[in-house]
Design a protein around this ligand. Structure first.
Ligand code: AMP
Length: 398
């Protein structure tokens, strides 16, 4: 079965074509700067990469370009669009309506639209990707794979905020979490690597990248996660503030006469590692600035490490223990120092790294000391594979 995975953003479209029968990635690509005067279309297949600059008017044109590149590039090995069996769409916000992947029917489409109010940067863009695929490949099964679905197992005490019930219920304000596809993938994968059933494990999965979230998974079910109503809560991130006293936000708005849209921009685009360091949202830049003696950069990184420890510690308490901690995404997979600093000082909990093993970047590897009670793993995430697997499972039932 061949599955096209699509991640449609407001001005970009990422795609991957996977052959789920022989487990190969046939091609992957991006269409960037959709709607701007000049866009970039990139395709990687069979060890080669081609990129061209051209105006991409809208998402329909983006999908058209992606499909024609897939067909016309010999290295892809696709001869007709009929060979594509189904399309999987990454959907950021599925609210409390979806705890698994869904065939995109009219009802599902409408729900994704409704939840657009809670994810204005994402859900409307996903719909554009779905619409474009409906035009270009009519009748092909399209499946929605929700970033929020894996987190739907949380208990009310983990997902409910202390707001008045009438407001919370009316506006569906609760913790939904995000990065669910990534947390689900690395949880399943680490169970395989450990040779133990997921249903028997207590795991803490740390998706640390430009966006970061940490999740507690007990017996295969999410019991808590650091992102909340939106992907803003929790960890300090590249440009996102993360946890903050809500009244500090109101105070700042009053003091500086800031409106809601501007405050949203400050919290999501100008805060985090970038806001504290004044250097960059990228951890590598922060680390370079620290090496040059920049105290603000050091503070930004210290907050990141401190907060990761705080979440890990609280999740161990929630689950009454932990069998393994998993690091994934850009920072989790590549930053040896971050893994080491996050795990340092938790020896009394049975967490201890092996400094020689903890030298890997971007590879599956156990990095804990042989005699440590808690296993620590690096598992590169693979959200596209996880989405494609959900698609295969669902399509087989149609
Ligand atoms: P992602 O959003 O998953 O692509 O992750 C992006 C983040 O990973 C950025 O903050 C990068 O600085 C960080 N990152 C990637 N490679 C490294 C590395 N070798 N060392 C430290 N951080 C890295």
């Amino acid at each position: 079965m061949k599955v096209l995975v699509i991640n449609s953003g407001s001005s970009s479209l990422k795609f991957q074509l996977r052959n789920m029968t022989d487990h190969t990635v046939m091609a992957q690509g991006t269409v960037e700067k959709i709607g701007l005067p000049m866009g970039i279309v990139t395709l990687k297949a069979g060890g080669m990469k081609v990129s061209r600059d051209l105006h991409v008017a809208n998402h329909e044109v983006a999908v058209e370009l992606a499909l024609s590149d897939l067909l016309e590039t010999e290295a892809v090995g696709l001869h007709s669009l009929d060979e594509i069996d189904a399309i999987g769409h990454r959907i950021v916000q599925g609210g409390d309506s979806f705890d698994k992947a869904m065939l995109i029917t009219e009802d599902v489409y409408e729900k994704i639209r409704e939840y657009g109010a809670m994810a204005p940067l994402h859900n409307p863009a996903h719909l554009k990707g779905i619409d474009a695929c409906s035009v270009m490949m009519p009748g092909k099964p399209q499946i929605a794979v929700f970033d929020t679905a894996f987190h739907q197992t949380m208990a009310p005490e983990a997902y409910t905020y202390g707001l008045p019930k009438q407001h919370a219920e009316k506006h569906k304000i609760r913790r939904y979490g995000a990065h669910g596809t990534s947390h689900k993938y690395v949880a399943n994968r680490v169970a395989e690597l450990m040779g133990r059933p997921l249903e028997e494990l207590k795991l803490i999965t740390c998706h640390l990248g430009n966006g970061s979230s940490i999740t507690a998974i007990k017996n295969g079910k999410v019991v808590d996660t650091s992102m909340g109503f939106t992907p803003h809560e929790g960890m300090i991130m590249g440009t996102r503030c993360g946890d903050i006293d809500a009244t500090a936000v109101l105070y700042l708005m009053q003091q500086e006469q800031i409106d809601a849209a501007e405050m949203d921009r400050i919290l999501n685009k100008e805060s985090g590692l970038l806001g504290v360091s004044g250097v960059s949202s990228d951890l590598r830049d922060i680390e370079n600035a620290i090496a040059e003696g920049n105290a603000d950069a050091k503070l930004a990184r210290d907050i990141f490490i401190h907060r990761a420890k705080k979440y890990i510690g609280s999740y161990i308490a929630e689950m009454n223990g932990v069998d393994a901690i998993v690091f994934t995404a850009g920072i989790g997979e590549n930053s040896i120092e971050s893994r080491s600093d996050i795990c340092a000082g938790m020896e009394f909990l049975g967490i201890r790294l092996d400094n020689e093993k903890n030298t890997v970047r971007g590879e599956e590897c156990a990095v804990h000391a042989d005699d440590a009670r808690v296993q620590v793993w690096v598992v590169p995430t693979n959200e596209e594979l996880s989405i494609a697997e959900d698609v295969v499972k669902l399509v087989e039932t149609l």
